[in-house]
Design a protein around this ligand. Sequence first.
Ligand code: GAL
Length: 371
Amino acid sequence: MKKVFKLLTMGFVAIMLVFVLAACNSSSSGKGGAISVGIVLPTKDEPRWVQDEERFKAELDDSEYTTEILFSQGSSAKEKENVETLISKGIEVLIIAPHDGAAAGATVEAAKKEGITVIAYDRLITDTDAVDYYVTFDSVAVGEAQGQYLIDNASGSGVPLYLYTGAASDNNAFLFFEGAWNVLQPKIADGTFVIANSSEAEALKDKPELTRDEMNAILSQVTTNWDPSESKNKAETHLTAVSDDLKGDVAILAPNDGTSRAIADVFSTESAITSFVITGQDAEKASIQYIIDGKQTMTVFKDVRTLVKDAMGMAIEVLEGNTPETTGSYNNGAVDVKAKQTDVIVVNKENVESELIESSYYEADEFTGLE
Ligand code: GAL
């Protein structure tokens, strides 16, 4: 009897724990009842996606529609579970930024079967016809802006160029790299830059357009997997492997802010590096401080407020029985997905105040050393 009670107690505690954990990873807003719009974001561990959560909450504050936001914590299994939870709560629209763009296919197919409209958010879901819409930034332009910044700030020729990319499971990583390659390749071919850390990229330096397989080969050498500690390890390994003629004044293509700060920290402690220009993306607060302090050179600001507005605007159109407006389309390997796309802005020390403070994206008192 005692044992049964103990088991029951343990069961109760476990169930409560599940509820508490679930509550920690989700947030709902709106006016009671069933959930109309489910939102699934890839991870809480990267400030980029916490920004999106905050901006969604601000946008939804006085919405008449009920929404719930769930995080997948970098796991496709958890993501599938999240979508199933939201399906069981009766959602009519799913807004989802997948952890892994291909693995999410089966997950959204399950939603589609229930008549739910699927909106891919920031990251495309590939190789499935179960995606109705895609709201995104111009990701090729992100990479082009990063590459162009390195070109504009390089002096002379033979500048060592260190390449880093996002995760191969994220379609955006290819779009960012494609954009960077569009502008950097001619400057590698003409000798302005010398690739320091990728024999695969070096072998392809005369090719203006790369296939997905060719990009994959480069990514397999220089991916960060969007992970700052993997970025740090790779940067250390690269600096140990190269000779001094690939040090001095260098250029670094870092795909986003989290990886940029980690790589910058490594390069700034290497005595044979005399200066470096390093890119970033997302305008994360920590990187804005790095830019003010001169530790990161630039970031590509993607105004998440616009993306959130577009995604929710689309969801509401669908809920009201209308067809959302789109501006173009993206082929996801199976179909052309109708898309709404937003521009990006290059931010460095010179325009950080006008772009981020004066636009009320951040408050001045969140930073130190602003002039
Ligand atoms: C990309 C996203 C970026 C970046 C990265 C890592 O898909 O567009 O803003 O943060 O993922 O999460």
